[in-house]
Design a protein around this ligand. Structure first.
Ligand SMILES: Cc1ncc(COP(=O)(O)O)c(C=O)c1O
Length: 373
């Protein structure tokens, strides 16, 4: 018996009939791009997140890119971003022509180090992208206070934190805009690619509406050169159905994190440090082991049918893709250190206590017999 890493298949089984019905309705109207299905999800998602607008786009990377473009960010500008994020956050900045300015993370929460963020500001800084990494919210209200003083936009990368709440406000509702990925293994995932942008700013929403659809609101009338990045209605229908379950799923993930914590007590691993509230939705459950045994521990888990992952093996400044930024080894020491020790254990909406027990037993055995390199 293996322990699955993600629950996309179980989610499909749960909503299959309702989704097929919705696909049939879409097919009957033959509106295969945009239309009612997308409008309905957007309305529901804006209400859920607590913003005036939610705009569906092609994927989470486009959500970030289109938001930055709509904010007028481009060459000569700088955007501050953590060095320990998924590459998409930095790609989105790069493709606007702006310079990504990397900063290290806090060594305990793995979230952007606020002091380093402040130190990285120059008069070219136009935006900061705090990443709600692993599903844990950055304190956006604290960032807003600083950012407002310098007219810096706060673009929340909420790809991993759909449903997370801090002081009763959801990730994606606090900054200038929130950017979501609906990639299938996300906490709220479609059955294909998808993304969304949340904002309460009318002007920004208007601009994104144009940019996502060839600069046009009325067919063949193009107000500016845009892109083609739209949320597919078939995916929007799946997302609308799944949204009903999201709070229940987030609570389930938190319960699983608590169970992991209790089953891993006494083992030589570092478990996540977090607030015991709704500000963490555990997209990823990341533990740390000694660097010398990390890869062997993962191999042994895999032999016992337990898939794990590393989020992410290489910090941005050391990836070949961003060599030209000119950073070197040692520049972001916390990001460099923990990513060599990180193991993401199975965590998903359908994980059961017996799965966690199995992972814990296998991990305990692996830690005892792991080969050091
Ligand atoms: C933190 C973060 N930002 C952005 C993205 C990009 O989303 P997508 O894969 O939908 O383009 C992801 C997706 O994995 C992510 O984890």
């Amino acid at each position: 018996m293996s322990v699955r890493f993600s629950s996309a298949k179980s989610e499909y089984d749960l909503i299959r009939e309702e989704w097929f019905e919705r696909i049939n309705q879409i097919a009957k109207t033959s509106v295969f791009v945009g239309g009612q299905a997308v409008n309905r999800f957007e309305k529901g998602y804006a209400a859920y997140i607590g913003t005036k607008h939610a705009l569906g786009v092609g994927n989470g990377t486009d959500a970030l890119f289109l938001t930055l473009k709509a904010l007028g960010i481009g060459p000569e500008d700088e955007v501050i971003v953590p060095a320990n994020t998924f590459i998409a956050t930095v790609e989105a900045i790069h493709h606007t022509g702006a310079r990504p300015v990397l900063v290290d993370c806090d060594p305990q929460s793995y979230l952007i180090d606020m002091d380093k963020m402040k130190q990285a500001r120059t008069n070219k800084t136009k935006a900061v992208i705090p990443v709600h990494l692993y599903g844990q919210m950055v304190d956006i209200e604290a960032i807003n206070e600083w950012a407002d003083t310098f007219h810096i936009h706060v673009v929340e990368d909420s790809a991993q934190a759909a449903g997370a709440k801090m002081n009763q406000k959801r990730a994606g509702s606090l900054g200038t805009a929130g950017c979501f990925s609906f990639y299938p293994d996300k906490n709220l995932g479609a059955f294909g690619d998808g993304g969304g942008i949340t904002t309460s700013r009318d002007e920004l929403a208007e601009k994104i509406l144009l940019l996502r659809n060839h600069g046009s609101k009325v067919r063949y009338s193009h107000e500016l050169p845009g892109f083609n990045s739209r949320l597919d209605p078939i995916q929007a229908a799946a997302l609308e159905i799944k949204l009903k379950y999201l709070d229940e799923w987030s609570a389930k993930r938190r319960e699983c994190a608590d169970l992991y914590e209790s089953y891993l007590i006494g083992m030589d691993v570092m478990t996540p440090i977090h607030q015991n509230d709704e500000s963490h939705v555990f997209h990823v459950y990341m533990i740390r082991v000694e660097e010398e045994i990390r890869d062997d521990v993962r191999k042994q888990l895999q032999k016992r049918g337990i898939l794990s992952a590393v989020h992410y093996p290489t910090p941005i400044h050391l990836t070949p893709a961003f060599k030209e930024l000119g950073y070197s080894k040692g520049d972001f020491i916390h990001s460099e250190t923990y990513t060599k020790e990180a193991i993401s254990l199975p965590m998903h909406n359908f994980l059961e206590e017996q799965d966690i027990q199995r992972v814990a037993h296998a991990l305990s055995d692996a830690l005892k017999s792991a080969v050091r390199v």
